[in-house]
Design a protein around this ligand. Structure first.
Ligand SMILES: *Cc1c(COP(=O)(O)O)cnc(C)c1O
Length: 373
């Protein structure tokens, strides 16, 4: 019976109805304007600014370059230190290191996986220039305390908000905290533009700076004022974004329902734990991480393998922590990462997407619970 089942992957990209997208891209055949900040690029920036409740927004070709260029835009001196979390996708650490800065890894809180703000101050030195926290799984960092520390030491705060599309905290868009926040619109994220990303911020000067960095520093037909890269979003991606944006509230509502069903069933399984959400937060239900504790009958890795055999593809997000990856191991300060490493060893992200059926949620939970009885 199992063999007849379709594979259940950890996610499935959100897509608008085929006809809707095809209709929406038709004008591109008339205009032949395919990229370079076209009509749809402009429109998507405007719409996203409203949706995310942020003062300024710059679209980018992907989330990683959005982060890399935002850090570059701050103009930090080479070799300066950036306090960050190792419990994240490798992109966060890469963006720091590729800017010739040194990541200083801070441990995370076991209850939600975000940077442990009580441990940040101890890591600040005269070389520290910024904090790069991550709203991992859409869990909101302690933005107030992080801002207090940043103000005290004159540090910039750049949030990796790749998981936090549409999340709000205390009624404010999550992208309005810190000096800047970076979103990913990759195909696997809650909202996608196939590939894409954005930076949100309030300082209007940063818009021009990022514009230069994403478009070769070109300011006129014969004028290049800065050494920039190419990180522009093209019009096909922008149209995908405009279409997906129409459906994103519905998609998040579906995800919420899926996560609610998981929660009910996972809570009953001995040895399974879940992470907690911060109060006063509106979530986006992008991920459903579970923690495989010691009293669960098999190890996390064993569970991962057995589920795979049943066609259920979970992910060990984020194992190993970035500080322990081959390219970074033993290279940087901040190695007391007890909670981050423990989380990385226990966590399993279960499949979540809007079309995941009740039947499949049951099937997944039954397989998890079967092993514990
Ligand atoms: C997806 C992701 C990124 C990178 O975004 P891309 O759009 O794939 O380049 C960065 N940080 C985190 C935490 C992510 O999950």
């Amino acid at each position: 019976m199992e063999s007849e089942r379709d594979k259940i992957f950890v996610t499935q990209s959100s897509m608008p109805p085929y006809e809707e997208y095809i209709e929406a891209i038709k004008p591109l055949w008339d205009s032949r304007w395919l990229t370079n900040m076209g009509q749809y690029h402009k429109e998507l920036e405007k719409r996203l600014k409203e949706y995310l409740k942020v003062p300024q927004l710059s679209l980018m070709v992907n989330g990683h370059l959005a982060l890399e260029l935002t850090i570059q835009a701050m103009g930090f001196p080479e070799g300066a230190e950036v306090i960050t979390t190792p419990f994240t996708f490798i992109s966060t650490t890469h963006a720091i290191v590729r800017n010739h800065l040194n990541p200083v890894f801070c441990d995370v809180k076991p209850e939600d996986g975000t940077i442990d703000e009580t441990k940040i101050e101890d890591l600040v030195t005269e070389h520290t220039v910024a904090i790069v926290p991550v709203h991992v799984y859409g869990n909101v960092c302690n933005v107030e305390e992080i801002q207090r520390i940043a103000d005290k030491y004159g540090l910039k705060v750049i949030y990796d908000a790749a998981h936090a599309f549409g999340v709000s905290y205390k009624g404010k868009g999550i992208g309005s905290y810190g000096d800047a926040s970076v979103f990913s619109f990759h195909a696997t994220k809650v909202f996608n533009t196939i590939e894409g990303g954005a930076v949100t911020f309030s300082d209007r000067k940063l818009y021009d700076k990022l514009y230069n960095l994403k478009n070769f520093g070109i300011r006129g037909e014969e004028l290049v004022t800065e050494v920039g890269a190419n990180a522009k979003m093209n019009e096909f991606c922008a149209v995908m974004g405009l279409c997906n944006l129409r459906h994103v509230d519905e998609a998040i509502a579906w995800r919420k329902a899926v996560c609610g069903k998981y929660e009910k069933q996972i809570r009953e399984i001995p040895g399974m734990q879940m992470l907690g959400a911060k109060p006063e937060t509106e979530q986006n239900y992008g991920y459903f991480p579970v923690l495989v504790e010691e009293d669960y009958p098999v190890s996390r890795d064993e569970l991962y393998t057995r589920l795979r055999e049943k066609g259920i593809y979970t992910r060990k997000y984020f194992y190993p922590v970035t500080a322990d990856q081959a390219c970074f191991k033993n290279k940087y300060r901040g190695i007391e990462l007890e909670h981050a490493r423990k989380l990385a060893e226990k966590v399993l992200v279960l499949p979540v997407y809007e079309e995941l059926s009740d039947e499949n949620v049951h099937y997944i939970c039954d397989n998890i619970s079967e092993m514990s009885f």
